[in-house]
Design a protein around this ligand. Structure first.
Ligand SMILES: O=C1CCCN[C@@H]1CCCn1cnc2cc(F)c(F)cc2c1=O
Ligand SMILES: [Mg+2]
Length: 510
């Protein structure tokens, strides 16, 4: 069996690539770098997320739309001040057939500029509000940085919600509702804990008013990762695109609508793989796993009597039927010519949460043997209890996986009140929560002050020592630790004389 050769602890990047490839989640699109083929195992997870999220936003009154994937430079022009920073990522179509296009068109990296001219057309009166549209599509951003499956790709699947409201309060309420759904995708489906918070001015979406975010943590390297973002755009875009309604309280007066935009992408799958996977491969949370339970016959040899074989296959089929009826996504592996051990490895590589083994001995004892993928725990289940015990074990696996990841994040989220403790904390794979003044320049300085060498191994030749990246602000956690005294506590940056405004979570990050 060609299992995973890289060890997660020793070579995380290599391990990750091997796992997503060998678990048949992605294939590299070798024709053009930075693009990946997403295979059924991935699309099943994405579709579970899509169903879960769609049910909930539909209940909020969000409707689905589908806009063209190309942007005219004219409409891009309208948002030029914040797009210029993104210009290097824009992909352009300049030709059709052998003819040059009069006006080149850009492939959407996000759809504000595609959608908002039509929001301006459709939104006339406050009775047209709230307008709430979401689209599931893919976007293209020609990333300059190193790409990697799910986490940073030049094309990725996401949903992008775009809403318009008559007031800041109504917009603000929805921003947080959506953020809580994003947290739910991570915590309820992917068994991944996230910290909810607001981005600093430096890290927010430049075209927006404020950005709220769910932030993840990768124990293997102690880095933070942005999970999904829900922005209040304020009136910035409605001023750029002239989206106004008559003021319901003042005849003849017009007000620019208040907008939000929110997105969650297939990055969530990469985060799940990185957190839960191990050296045998994927470890999938049962709620999103295509196969929740794999049923494998064992112990059938040439000397097994015909009678035992018959009894065995009767019980085998019974278990499968019982589980299907109980709503468990169960498959059997009857492949000829492969040993049970080979099959165990294969399904472990693919991350199937629960394995059931049935042999003639089990049949005689009227039990089925099980093995949990997350903990390796083994045991037996009386055949009469399969319909209740298996779903129970699957739910236990789901919550144990979440609790394990939550503990790891909680224990590596350190409130730090002494600057000298920061770098050692980062080197010990923590993210830090520090009193911070919230000033952009100070944030730049903090990144600089924390970029340096980490003496992983004194024997590494000087030239090869990886300079550890500096820490970035991840978010201003909604849940603020105690101990910041307004007007007294100072910003932790030793070169900053300003008072601290908030505790802010910083870390090395993706
Ligand atoms: O992040 C979201 C959620 C879904 C809707 N959009 C917002 C803001 C997207 C921010 N963003 C992010 N990346 C971009 C890349 C580009 F090449 C470009 F031209 C523009 C952007 C850009 O505006
Ligand atoms: Mg980007």
């Amino acid at each position: 069996i060609i299992g995973i050769t890289a060890s997660k602890a020793d070579n995380f990047a290599q391990w990750y690539q091997e796992v997503v490839l060998k678990a048949e989640m992605v294939e590299y699109y070798t024709e053009i770098s930075g693009f990946y083929i997403m295979r059924p195992a991935t699309m099943h997870i994405w579709n579970v997320i899509r169903k879960w999220f769609t049910e909930r936003i539909e209940a909020m009154g969000v409707e689905e739309a589908n806009f063209p994937m190309f942007l005219s430079s004219k409409s891009l022009e309208k948002e030029k001040d914040h797009v210029e920073g993104f210009a290097p990522e824009l992909a352009w179509v300049t030709k059709a057939g052998d003819k040059n296009l009069e006006v080149p068109v850009a492939v959407r990296p996000t759809s504000e500029a595609v959608m908002y001219p039509y929001y301006a057309k459709w939104i006339r009166s406050h009775r047209d509000l709230p307008l709430r549209l979401n689209q599931w599509n893919s976007v293209v951003r020609w990333e300059a940085k190193q790409t990697t499956p799910f986490l940073r790709a030049r094309e990725f699947l996401w949903q992008e919600g775009h809403t318009a409201h008559v007031s800041e309060d109504l917009a603000g309420e929805e921003v947080l509702q959506i953020l809580e759904l994003y947290a739910g995708v991570y915590e309820q489906l992917l068994a991944v804990p996230v910290v909810r918070g607001r981005k600093t001015e430096k890290e927010k979406f430049a075209g927006g008013y404020y950005t709220t975010t769910v932030e993840g943590y990768i124990p293997s390297n102690g880095r933070g990762i942005q999970g999904a973002t829900s922005h209040c755009l304020g009136q910035n875009f409605s001023k750029m695109f002239d989206i106004t309604v008559e003021d319901p309280n003042e005849k003849g007066k017009h007000i620019n609508v208040w907008q939000n935009s929110w997105g969650l992408s297939t990055r969530v799958i990469g985060v799940m793989v990185m957190i839960h996977g191990d050296d045998k491969g994927l470890v999938l949370p049962p709620r999103i796993s295509k196969v929740q339970t794999i049923l494998i016959p064992v112990g059938i040899t040439k000397s097994t009597t015909a009678e035992d074989k018959a009894k065995h296959s009767e019980k085998f089929d019974e278990i499968k039927a019982t589980l299907k009826k109980a709503g468990v996504r169960v498959e059997d592996d009857l492949r000829e010519g492969y040993t049970p051990a080979w099959k165990f490895n294969d399904w472990e590589l693919k991350g199937v949460p629960l394995r059931l083994e049935l042999g003639p001995k089990d049949v005689a004892k009227e039990v089925v043997s099980y093995a949990r993928r997350d903990t390796g725990e083994k045991g037996t289940i009386p055949l009469t209890e399969v319909a209740t015990k298996v779903p129970e074990i699957l739910e236990t696996i789901q919550s144990d996986m979440y609790n394990k990841a939550e503990k790891a994040f909680r224990e590596h989220r350190l409130v730090i009140n002494k600057w000298d403790d920061v770098i050692p904390a980062l080197d010990a794979k923590n993210v830090v929560i520090i009193p911070f003044c919230l000033d952009d320049k100070c944030e730049d300085k903090i990144k600089e002050l924390t970029t340096g060498r980490t003496d992983e191994d004194p024997n590494t030749p000087e030239a090869q020592k990886a300079p550890s990246m500096g820490m970035k602000s991840l978010c201003i956690p909604f849940e603020q630790p105690e101990g910041l005294v307004k007007g007294e506590t100072k910003c932790l940056n030793p070169e900053c004389q300003t008072l601290a405004e908030k505790f802010v979570m910083f870390g090395r990050s993706y």
